[in-house]
Design a protein around this ligand. Structure first.
Ligand SMILES: Nc1ncnc2c1ncn2[C@@H]1O[C@H](COP(=O)(O)OP(=O)(O)O)[C@@H](O)[C@H]1O
Ligand SMILES: [Mg+2]
Length: 271
């Protein structure tokens, strides 16, 4: 049953196993319990290959859990939900469409009349600073600009849940910090719940209300840390603050161990 008091996202006893090409079963995540409230910004960190992306695909409805339940606002996830927006590492733009047409695509797909879709697209392009670029094609933009198109294309649909999988990983360091600041500005006031997957602990602390540390694969939740840094935040300055450094040390003592386990396994596989 959907109720306004239900958490935005809830995973209960979730396990996901994939079939390998040899026909064996490979557990990617197990015993996952996670609750994300409406309006919360949650970052998920964990070693490479532990099961972070798998967790997101389960929330998105792209994959179904093998065991357990994934709920959105109290109802089990059944396929892809219109309330959910995604931003991935790769640009999800249509190369043959202009910037404006890209941002209009989501609302048009959802049945919004053309004039209104255009108006909403222009409003979001304004917010990401791309008003002067609406007639360009994605290949005529920088990496940061294409990422802004992706953000505008997502926010224009007014998602109540925003899933982001290492969205800024392919950008250079300065652009990444800038995009993080812009993301926080765009998100503020939308009331959307965000699940932001990253392998970058600094990025996760700068952005999130809570940081979820996953174990080495197959992942489960190891620890959840509440980030008590005040908002608004700016990435470049907040990471120098003593409280930030303290939080970083605390979380790294948990995450670092999982990273080490993962590396040692890798070394064994190579040997
Ligand atoms: N569609 C799939 N089929 C088979 N195995 C998969 C599939 N997706 C992910 N895996 C495996 O599940 C594990 C977790 O992967 P993933 O969730 O992508 O990790 P992360 O995002 O943390 O780097 C890995 O061992 C990966 O190879
Ligand atoms: Mg991943």
């Amino acid at each position: 049953m959907t109720s306004p008091s239900s958490p935005a996202i809830e995973l209960r006893g979730v396990r996901k196993a994939f079939r390998t090409p040899s026909g064996a079963s490979h557990t990617a995540v197990h015993d996952l319990d996670l609750t994300i409230q409406q309006g919360e910004f949650v970052a998920v960190v964990g070693p490479t290959g532990c099961g972070k992306s798998t967790t997101l695909t389960l929330v998105s409805g792209l994959e179904e859990p093998t065991d357990g339940e994934v709920m959105l606002s109290g109802s089990p996830v059944r396929g892809i939900d219109e309330r959910v927006g995604f931003v991935f590492q790769q640009d999800a733009t249509f190369p043959w469409r202009t910037v404006l047409s890209n941002v209009m695509a989501g609302p048009r797909f959802r049945g919004v009349p053309k004039a209104e879709a255009k108006e909403r697209a222009r409003e979001w392009l304004g917010r990401v600073g791309l008003s002067a670029f609406e007639d360009r094609y994605p290949h005529q933009l920088s990496g940061g600009q294409r990422k802004r198109v992706a953000l505008a294309s997502t926010f224009v649909n007014d998602p109540s849940i925003l899933l982001m999988d290492e969205p800024f990983s392919a950008l250079d360091v300065q652009t990444r910090a800038l995009m993080s600041d812009e993301l926080m500005e765009l998100w503020a006031g939308t009331g959307a719940s965000v699940v932001f997957v990253t392998h970058d602990l600094e990025e996760s602390i700068a952005l999130a209300d809570k940081v979820v540390v996953m174990t080495a694969g197959p992942a489960t939740v190891k620890e959840v840390f509440t980030i008590d840094l005040p908002r608004p935040r700016r990435v470049e300055s907040i990471r120098l603050e003593p409280r930030f450094v303290e939080i970083y040390r605390e979380i790294w003592s948990s995450l670092g161990e999982e990273v080490r386990i993962t590396r040692e396994r890798g070394a064994q596989n190579v040997a």
